[in-house]
Design a binder for this molecule. Structure first.
Ligand code: ACM
Length: 541
């Protein structure tokens, strides 16, 4: 069956009479850069359809072809596309190869779900409903974050998740590479980061608030620079920017486990409890050399214009009790040791700026002296304050990351059969109701509302909301199957919040398009959460 259950919902979908037949003889006509997108389309469709889809020059186009055309951008929407399907041809037009790429992803969704299988199960032709789709994203930053520090995920799974992000027309894949519980990034000049920092002795069991011991099993792994370059290139081919995160000065215990001289706690091991460590970088020359060496490797490995430097949850305990840190803060002219946080971050940001990259940080980068206005702020602490408004007023561009709706490590229901999760509940409906920029006339409980204060008054916004993203923190996701259970189907709602306009979402509720969506997930073989609750083998353990 053909599906019009498109996710995220496009701006405009016009149904027409008739169908287009995708046959063994169907070709793709495209020139220049559009031919690269044609090769991506060919690569995506071949396994499940068995159709070879040769790429031919645009001048050779004929009836029955799929045609990809780059057009000028009249509306200032670089990622826009139109997809026109008639009985005679399929035509995708866009001002950029990214726009063509999003048209390709929509075209995939219009094919029968069987085309997502690993090998053809039905002989061609495959029929496509005739439609005209006119589409463009609401936000330029539409992301998915994967934490590979708490649980290491195999490279092949990272690639699979990038491919799935592209299917949802997401364009940022944020890889959380370093944390207290593991270091996953090869840094040739600091080999201990991966020989020691990538491995923890054991993993805690039970809920974070009521731990019930440890599993006694070592856990770890890391990615070589060749693997990281492969991931970035795989993402780029799908018009996704792989944004790497190396966080400091807190969340660094795995690095301290390898190089205690970077801190002041003496020897520590890679952290074997969840939560954030009291052990942080010391304000010494070794720590600065560590930051600059790691950032140099990051810049050299990832072409992303953005580099995430963390900056969250840096506990000040060690600085406050350390004579060295106090003397150093005084020598630097800082008001207190607390301002060492901003001093560390500014050091890293300067290094990134010199390399032509823009820093991104979690919203605590606003504290104790803050960071340059050019730093993009991920506003996540919706439970603590309206950090998005604060950042926007201070002139920062903001990515909306409210924990209540974008933290996909929260349980998907109140059922006791749900597998282990972190803190609250974020149901599919909660995420589907989330609007990253709700504006003055939406429900007060639908999410953070940086456009107005509690009385509905305007708050000055000097920065812009760039978009939003979903977050897969993996304390309780031990492997790819666990990640898939928590990500799907909620990722559909994240993608829709990031891509689709508010009116369009209201006029075509996402829940009504889940039929075709879940058929596609079934054909791919994704371990998603069923609508009514977990399967027996997905339940709490
Ligand atoms: C965070 O959840 N610590 C960004």
């Amino acid at each position: 069956m053909n599906s019009l259950d498109l996710v995220p919902v496009p701006r405009e979908v016009l149904r027409r009479a008739g169908t287009f037949a995708l046959k063994h003889s169907t070709r793709i006509a495209a020139d220049g850069p559009a031919a690269d997108t044609a090769l991506l389309l060919q690569e995506l469709l071949r396994p499940g359809t068995g159709i070879p889809l040769p790429v031919v020059p645009a001048a050779a186009r004929a009836e029955g072809d799929i045609v990809l055309i780059l057009t000028p951008d009249d509306a200032g929407e670089p990622e826009a596309y139109t997809l026109d399907i008639t009985p005679e041809r399929v035509e995708i037009r866009a001002p950029s190869t990214a726009g063509l790429g999003w048209g390709v992803q929509t075209l995939r969704q219009l094919l029968p779900a069987e085309s997502f299988r690993s090998t053809p199960v039905a002989p061609p032709p495959l029929t496509l409903a005739c439609v005209r789709v006119e589409d463009a994203p609401r936000f330029p930053w539409r992301g998915l974050m994967l934490d590979v520090a708490r649980h290491f995920m195999p490279k092949d799974f990272v690639l699979r998740l990038i491919d799935l992000a592209a299917l949802h027309r997401l364009n940022v894949f944020h890889l959380h590479l370093t944390d207290d519980q593991g270091w996953r990034l090869e840094v040739p000049s600091w080999p201990g980061l991966t020989s020691a920092g990538a491995w923890r002795r054991e993993t805690p069991l039970g809920p974070v608030d009521a731990p019930t011991g440890h599993d006694g099993t070592p856990h770890g792994g890391f990615y070589t620079l060749a693997e990281l370059r492969e991931m970035a290139a795989y993402a780029a081919r799908r018009h996704i920017t792989l944004v790497p995160e190396f966080g400091f000065p807190g969340h660094t215990q795995a690095a301290l486990g390898a190089y205690p001289e970077l801190g002041q706690a003496g020897p520590v091991e890679v952290r074997t409890r969840w939560g954030h460590s009291p052990h942080v970088l010391a304000p010494n020359p070794e720590a600065l050399r560590f930051i600059s060496d790691v950032l140099d490797v990051v810049v050299d490995t990832f072409p992303s214009p953005y580099v995430h430097i963390g900056g969250d949850e840096c506990r000040r305990d060690e600085w406050r009790t350390s004579g060295y840190a106090k003397a150093r803060a005084a020598e630097l002219g800082l008001a207190s040791v607390d301002a060492l946080q901003s001093w560390f971050l500014r050091y890293g940001i300067d290094r990134l700026s010199a390399a032509g990259r823009r820093a991104v940080g979690w919203d605590q980068v606003l504290e104790d002296g803050g960071v340059p206005e050019s730093t993009v702020v991920m506003a996540w602490r919706d439970f603590a304050a309206d950090t998005a408004s604060e950042a926007l007023a201070a002139g920062h561009d903001v990515i909306q990351c409210p924990t209540r709706t974008t933290y996909l490590d929260h349980a998907q229901s109140e059922l006791t059969s749900e597998p282990p999760s972190f803190y609250g509940v974020a149901t599919f409906d909660d995420v589907a109701a989330y609007d990253p920029d709700p504006g003055p006339d939406s429900a007060p409980d639908s999410g953070p509302n940086p456009a107005s204060d509690s009385d509905g008054g305007a708050v000055e916004r000097r920065g812009r909301i760039l978009g939003t993203q979903g977050h897969l923190w993996t304390e309780y996701m031990r492997n790819p199957r666990d990640v898939e259970y928590m990500a799907f189907p909620r990722l559909a709602a994240i993608a829709e919040a990031a891509w689709s306009g508010r009116d369009r979402r209201l006029s075509s509720p996402l829940a009504g398009r889940m039929g075709g969506y879940l058929e596609r997930l079934d054909a791919i073989g994704i371990n998603y959460r069923p609508w009514d609750g977990p399967h027996p083998w997905q339940r709490s353990r």
